[in-house]
Design a protein around this ligand. Structure first.
Ligand code: T5A
Length: 211
């Protein structure tokens, strides 16, 4: 049986990396074989593209170049990792995927959805995540958490307005498709965030078993 594709999304510093460790433990506890990966990145070539995308630089990166690099890395990632693993029956747990493109390039950079939709169809065909957890925190809190951890990368240097557009885009995608998305209030303590994640995963697994 084909594996399931789970993605974790949210604005900067919402706790994706922290909570992915929890989800991995949950998958182990349920004897589900999986691979854990991320975007941008996930293969050696796509990780090189990630470096290019995140590096702070003098030259302004034009939005279309940024968008195409996101999808170039994604095409490679799907071809080399995501599709082969799903086909083998393994679950794929991915830190960000195309929803991040709708949120960051579509809403944050104000490119709109149409171009992204056509690239999504070209690169993914009909393939979409089976479950997407949107970790949500007020933008200021996320930036504060991310800022405590490391030097800001090229995206983290954006203004609050940019991240507010990103956050609203995530919330609107999630609200419009509650079958696939679960919004997790990630402003709470880690313990409470993980209880919400556990509930979302348990409900997904039950629905999955019931066909
Ligand atoms: N991007 C990506 C696009 O523009 N388009 C795309 O298509 C894609 C795929 C890199 C950038 O690329 C952009 C978006 C990004 O800007 P990334 O590396 O996933 O993507 O980006 P970040 O969001 O920067 O990832 P971070 O690693 O910074 O954030 P996380 O993983 O969400 O946060 P995490 O787990 O490191 O937590 C941050 C801090 O908060 C603490 C943690 O201990 C940590 O110190 N924390 C909490 N503290 C208190 N209470 C809680 N509940 C906490 N949860 C976490």
């Amino acid at each position: 049986m084909r594996g399931r594709f789970i993605t974790i999304e949210g604005t900067e510093g919402v706790g994706k990396t922290t909570n992915i460790e929890y989800i991995k433990q949950w998958l182990d506890d349920h004897a589900i074989s999986y691979v854990s990966t991320r975007e941008p990145g996930g293969t050696p070539l796509a990780e090189e593209i990630r470096q290019v995308l995140l590096a702070n630089r003098e030259e302004k990166v034009c939005s279309k170049a940024e968008l195409l690099m996101m999808f170039a890395g994604r095409a490679q990632h799907i071809d080399q990792v995501i599709e082969p693993q799903l086909a083998k029956g393994n679950w794929v747990l991915c830190d960000r995927f195309t929803d991040a493109t709708y949120a960051y390039q579509g809403a944050g950079r104000e490119m709109g959805d149409e171009l992204i939709k056509s690239l999504e169809t070209m690169v993914q065909g009909a393939m979409r995540p089976d479950l997407t957890l949107v970790l949500d925190v007020p933008v200021e809190l996320g930036l504060e958490r991310a800022g405590n951890r490391s030097e800001p990368d090229r995206f983290e240097r954006e203004k609050t307005d940019f991240f507010n557009r990103v956050r609203q885009a995530y919330l609107s995608m999630a609200t419009n498709n509650p079958q696939r998305y679960k919004i997790i209030d990630a402003s709470q303590s880690l313990e409470h965030v993980q209880l919400q994640i556990e509930a979302a995963l348990t409900s997904f697994l039950q629905k999955d078993h019931n066909g």
